[in-house]
Write a protein that binds this ligand. Structure first.
Ligand SMILES: [Zn+2]
Length: 491
């Protein structure tokens, strides 16, 4: 950040709640269906059609709110937000205004600045104030590409009209682009974790906007802010914010105006550009939706949702560090995905070796999964089978390299650890008397080396290990070989 300036960033996230059907009608809320296939008089906004609130929206909304530290309000009111746009045939969007579904959230995230190669430094906790999350319906979509005569016509697809959204609004608490980046990733993961949203930015079911302004450190009032939209990934969002901070600081230092406007990220040219200038705050003429009752949420309902909530990722991470003695980084990586975290915990318990389980999952299994474009959820190696492999390794029956090879084979073939080990003939010989017999022969036939070793040439120890391993066809347990050799050569 340039001398003496600070950035002020607030975030808005629209998350599509993962319901089967839309918020006020029974149409499917599917992504990618034939245009306008999922529509009815309610979501088309035909006169006289009446909205009915989908109860599942309230359940998922409650899970989302609780996972973000928000308080759910006993009564919230749906309001009409009036504006005209071709993808909004009703002429208004049903949203919430002065009485939102949930408000006043405190959320602690972990954040870190990154160096030039994108590597994170120290992770530190940061508490964000989330002002509100309200429930609303999405609008449809105008289509300007991929259809005949798009130079003459605009197309409208109303499949998305009426899909349920939670709009999550923070206070302007962020000071750097990486804080905003870490926040959005936190929200994405936690919404997926509790099943409230698929939170997939590529499919557009999580969209974010950043409000960015800068000011001199110590200044109290805010300067003009720019709204950044059309951010298709968290990384683009971070770059757009970074670009915008610099652009604004340079403009202010050159005494050029920074206008209040909406800008979008131009991926090709790595810059933000104007989408539209922002006029004075829109007059949406909000008023309570006359066709819907106030939404009342009982304390029992909230208790019931709380009881259904899984342990949240940050709590799980801290527990992994505490109970399983994992490093903060390893534990964080394991809770990056709920299926992975649960897979890990099952493996750790079944193998009774939490640390080796973590190592194997983070290095070996994740590599196989990435190569196969799969996630822990559909891993061909079950947690129980992986635990068997780790137990075999722990018992010294195979060595570490063999264990890695076995895992690769298990992954490809779906066989158990025991099957692969016996097919490959990896079973190590740990039988002390069998190994003793081999070692006795080697000592017998290498008397010169024995004498040299006893005279202080300690490097020869490796020679004896090598000979023993060779004579056993690589199957002798190296730990046992070492112990016996040490005993025999020092006598
Ligand atoms: Zn409908």
């Amino acid at each position: 950040m340039k001398n003496g300036w600070e950035a002020i960033i607030g975030m808005e996230i629209h998350a599509q709640l993962a319901t089967e059907t839309k918020i006020f009608c029974a149409c499917a809320a599917n992504f990618g269906d034939e245009a306008n296939a999922n529509t009815c008089p309610v979501c088309l906004g035909l006169p006289g059609a009446l909205p009915v609130l989908n109860e599942r929206v309230v359940e998922l909304g409650a899970k989302a709110a609780l996972s973000l530290g928000l308080s759910i309000n006993e009564t919230s009111i749906f309001s009409r937000k009036n504006y005209f746009y071709p993808d909004l045939p009703k002429g208004y969007q049903i949203s919430q205004y002065d009485k939102p579904f949930s408000s006043n959230g405190e959320l602690t995230i972990m954040t870190s600045e990154r160096d030039e190669s994108g590597r994170a430094g120290d992770w530190k906790p940061m508490t964000i104030h989330i002002e509100r999350m309200h429930l609303e319906e999405d609008a449809g979509k105008n289509v300007h590409e991929g259809l005949p005569d798009v130079d003459k016509f605009s197309y409208v697809d109303l499949n998305r009209a009426g899909t349920p959204l939670g709009e999550i609004v923070t206070a302007p608490d962020f000071r750097t682009s990486w804080q905003a980046y870490d926040y959005v990733n936190h929200v994405r993961r936690v919404l997926q974790w509790v099943g409230a949203s698929d939170a997939d930015m590529e499919k557009g079911n999580l969209r974010c906007e950043a409000n960015v302004s800068v000011r001199k450190i110590g200044e109290e009032k805010f300067r003009n802010k720019v709204e950044l939209k059309n951010l298709n990934s968290v990384r683009f969002m971070q770059k757009a914010i970074e670009f915008e901070i610099e652009r604004q600081v340079e403009a202010h230092e050159a005494n050029e105006p920074v206008s209040q406007e909406t800008r979008l990220w131009d991926e090709k040219n790595n810059q933000t550009r104007v989408m539209r200038s922002k006029e004075d705050a829109h007059d949406y003429r909000y008023f309570p939706e006359p066709d819907l009752q106030p939404l009342t949420v009982s304390a029992e309902f909230i208790e019931q949702i709380k009881a259904e909530m899984p342990e949240l990722p940050d709590a799980m991470r801290d527990r992994f560090v505490e109970n399983y003695e994992l490093s903060y980084n390893d534990a964080s990586q394991l809770v990056s995905d709920r299926d992975l975290a649960e897979f890990y915990e099952r493996t750790a318990k079944a193998s009774s070796n939490p640390r080796v389980s973590a190592n194997f999952i983070l290095s070996e299994l994740l590599r196989e999964l990435n190569n196969a474009n799969q996630t822990a959820k559909d891993s061909p190696v079950s947690a129980e089978n992986l635990a068997e492999l780790i137990k075999t390794l722990d018992a010294g029956k195979i060595n570490n390299n063999q264990a890695k090879e076995v895992l690769t084979e298990m992954f490809g073939s779906g066989k158990t650890a025991a099957e692969v080990i016996s097919e490959k003939g990896f079973e190590q010989v740990s039988d002390v008397s069998a190994i003793e017999k081999i070692i006795d022969e080697i000592i017998e036939t290498n008397q010169n080396q024995v004498a040299a070793y006893k005279n202080g040439n300690e490097k020869l120890f490796g020679f004896f290990v090598g000979q023993t391993m060779k004579a056993s066809g690589g199957k002798a347990n190296p730990k046992v070989v070492n112990q016996i050799l040490q005993a025999k050569l020092s006598s």
